[in-house]
Design a binder for this molecule. Structure first.
Ligand code: CTP
Length: 450
């Protein structure tokens, strides 16, 4: 019996897929089809697959060509499968010609002529209009966002806004953006969605006006600094049927989500403690260390360190207490936030003038997880047990700046799939705003100009 194997995402199943499977089956007697998981697709940079894994498997099954369907979830699996299933022929479309020649060591490799003028990418962009994105703010993070948007299909940066027109113009020229403006009404005429990357304290008003104009919003962290503001904005977003998403990149990246799945699986038992640390050395003259009202280590970095605490231990902490080391102007250069839960503790450590290991440790009743620094760009972590021989290390990709993951989810949310599955929930964003509010309230009257 001649065994044939082929692989693909098979998203928005189309004629090209059908013809490929038909010819693959005709190459032998028994056809195995490997369908990729979302996680694996994300790792290899395909971030907006529309159909769920179950739907994609079902569509392959319905063709009647596959004798067996398997799931492809990691790099290197193809060779493993060929050996495991005793495969004679490996086949894929001609868009891959040459890429799999190294497998000739294990079996015959056949590249089948690709069907012209059809692909999942093409169908995705036909099905959904290209989202026109406007950016509010022209600072460092906005500059890092523009190149990352290019990796996600279905969205394009169309306009840039800054209240100082010269800054908007400079940014537009640097990044070849068609439109720039200093008038918000004009911006909202041009776009479908907005990325808010302005100073923290301006977020609330920008988000409010954007949602008022029925625009979807992706906003930099911390989204807002008061609980009522977060509650009000999410209510407005719901009423106006738009997506509101807080841009904490770690929340959307594959490695961090894999880590959360392992915690949820019970592998380390009941979690009793989460410790997260994020420090950066900034110049004392930087905005972060001189903006008396909104600067300091916790407002800058606390969104990151609170993320795993809220994700793992939940939004319903019993109390939170802050301890800070301050600079002369009263701004915190180092802050530890202690969360107490009914069944555990969380510690968020942040420094802007203090440097430490950027580690995350999650401790449970059966074992613990250590995420290597920098944990917020999760690329590797180890699940550890009393019996060290049981320890297991996991690796994941974190591409470039990692901002593409949050944009991918933003696009999915806008297009109406994955909306309920947003990786950072409304409740979590509201809890983050509440902690920021408590922190700033405790700090008031302690900061002053030099
Ligand atoms: N394929 C084909 N003809 C097409 C499209 C795909 O023969 N017009 C083949 C691919 O070469 C691959 C298989 O179908 O062997 C599954 O491909 P997949 O990547 O799922 O489909 P694409 O439409 O190429 O997806 P995308 O646009 O997301 O890359």
């Amino acid at each position: 019996m001649k065994k044939v194997i082929t692989y693909g995402s098979f998203d928005l199943f189309h004629e090209g897929h059908y013809r490929l499977l038909k010819r693959a089956k005709a190459l032998g007697d028994y056809l195995i089809v490997g369908v990729t998981t979302e996680h694996y697709d994300e790792l290899r940079g395909k971030m907006n697959v529309v159909d769920s894994l179950m739907d994609r498997i079902e569509n392959v099954r319905k063709t009647g060509f596959a004798d067996e369907i398997i799931i492809e979830d990691h790099e290197g699996q193809k060779v493993e499968d060929i050996i495991k299933y005793g495969v004679d022929i490996f086949t894929v479309g001609s868009d891959w010609t040459g890429s799999f020649d190294f497998m000739k060591k294990y079996c015959e490799v056949v590249y089948l002529e690709r069907t012209r003028d059809i692909s999942s990418t093409m169908l995705r962009s036909k099905k959904y209009n290209i989202i026109r994105l406007g950016i509010i703010g022209t600072g460092r993070i906005a500059a890092r966002m523009v190149p990352e948007v290019k990796y996600i299909s279905g969205i394009n940066v169309d306009a840039i806004y800054n209240p100082h027109i010269e800054s908007a113009k400079r940014f537009a020229e640097q990044f070849e953006i068609n439109r720039y403006m200093d008038d918000l009404e004009e911006l909202y005429q041009e776009i479908d969605a907005v990325y808010v990357a302005s100073p923290h304290q301006t977020h609330y008003e920008y988000i409010k006006t954007a949602i008022g104009h029925h625009k979807h919003v992706l906003c930099e962290k911390p989204m807002v600094l008061k609980k009522w503001q977060a509650e009000k904005l999410f209510q407005m977003a719901e009423d106006n049927k738009v997506i509101l998403m807080e841009a904490i990149k770690t929340a959307y990246c594959p490695g961090f989500n894999q880590l959360l799945s392992i915690v949820r699986s019970g592998a380390i038992g009941n979690v009793c403690d989460v410790e997260a640390c994020f420090t950066k050395l900034e110049s004392p003259l930087s905005r972060e260390l001189t903006d008396i009202s909104y600067g300091g280590s916790f407002t800058e970095l606390g969104s990151y360190t609170m993320l795993p605490i809220l994700k793992v231990l939940g939004e319903n902490y019993r109390e939170v207490e802050f301890k800070s080391q301050r600079a002369e102007n009263g701004l915190d250069i180092y802050t530890k936030a202690y969360f107490t839960y009914d069944n555990g503790f969380g510690t968020a450590k942040n420094g802007l003038g203090v440097k430490s290991e950027g580690q995350l440790i999650i401790s449970g009743t059966k074992g613990y997880i250590v995420v290597d620094a920098p944990w917020w760009k999760t690329t590797s972590f180890e699940v550890c047990y009393e019996d060290q021989s049981q320890n297991e290390k996991y690796f994941s990709k974190f591409l470039n700046d990692g901002l593409r993951y949050e944009i991918g989810d933003f696009v999915s949310g806008i297009n109406g799939f994955g909306e309920k599955l947003l990786k950072l929930t409304k409740g979590e964003s509201i809890a983050l705003a509440e902690v920021m509010e408590k922190f700033l309230w405790g700090r008031k009257d302690r900061t002053s100009s030099r």
